[in-house]
Design a protein around this ligand. Structure first.
Ligand code: ZN
Length: 234
């Protein structure tokens, strides 16, 4: 075969393969648990401070909440767990505005979380990392909360960017607070009692949760398998 023909055929094959490649790029499955292995890069975490109102009223409500539920006034926590959530809404701004109020609808301490991760993986820090936040019954006294925007109608739709940000954020937190031994999802709250961290003085105080779903927790555990930290079965 003449060199000219070989070049022509090669060019033709390159064009065809690039067209197929582009077509593949356009196929985006609704949700595919990202295949993270232990060699996944531990990306540098970029944290954007976006603090919710922290005033005397919030502190007073935190003290009231902890006295009632844990039997002591606790403002500052020693983190022993990181709990992963989804917001069940599609808006970071809406979530921020909700958390920004000090009072819950019934006048008690409002729900909040230490971190909020947007769909594109942007990480917002909403409070001081060791301030007690109300995000999971029974574990607020020892757990840092990460909320992920998504999960509307219970759909497991958290993004690959959110997964990578959660991995980087947990690595950052674990390095900063070696007292952290556990990472679990809100839906794992009952199984998490085996950690010995559950405390609740008010009997029957409980709510069923499904966030952030087992697929996300499995992907998170795979992405952090080289980190000396414990996960519960998904
Ligand atoms: Zn939750």
């Amino acid at each position: 075969m003449k060199p000219f023909h070989i070049i022509t055929i090669t060019a033709f094959l390159l064009i065809i393969s690039s067209i197929i490649g582009c077509a593949n790029d356009n196929i985006k499955p609704e949700y595919t648990p990202p295949d993270i292995n232990s060699n996944a890069p531990s990306e540098e975490i970029v944290i954007h401070d976006r603090p919710v109102i922290h005033n005397e009223l919030r502190e007073q409500l935190i003290r009231q909440y902890t006295l009632k539920h844990y039997g002591a006034e606790i403002l500052e926590i020693t983190p022993q767990a990181v709990v992963i959530h989804w917001t069940a809404s599609d808006s970071a701004d809406g979530t921020f505005n909700w958390f920004n109020k000090e009072k819950y609808y019934n006048g008690t301490l409002n729900v909040c979380s230490h971190f909020l991760v947007d769909r594109d993986g942007t990480v917002y820090r909403l409070t001081k990392e060791t301030l007690l936040c109300r995000h999971i019954i029974g574990y607020n006294w020892c757990a840092i909360g990460i909320e992920n925007v998504g999960g509307v109608d219970g759909t497991e739709d958290l993004t690959h960017e959110q997964l990578l940000s959660n991995i980087a954020l947990i690595r950052y937190l674990h390095k900063k607070y070696p007292t952290i031994n556990w990472v679990f999802g809100h839906y794992q709250q009952t199984e998490a009692q085996t950690t010995g961290l559950y405390k609740e003085n008010v009997s029957g105080y409980y709510s069923i949760k499904s966030d952030p779903g087992p697929k996300f927790m499995e992907s998170l555990a795979k992405g952090l398998k080289d980190e000396d930290i414990n996960f519960l079965p998904y």
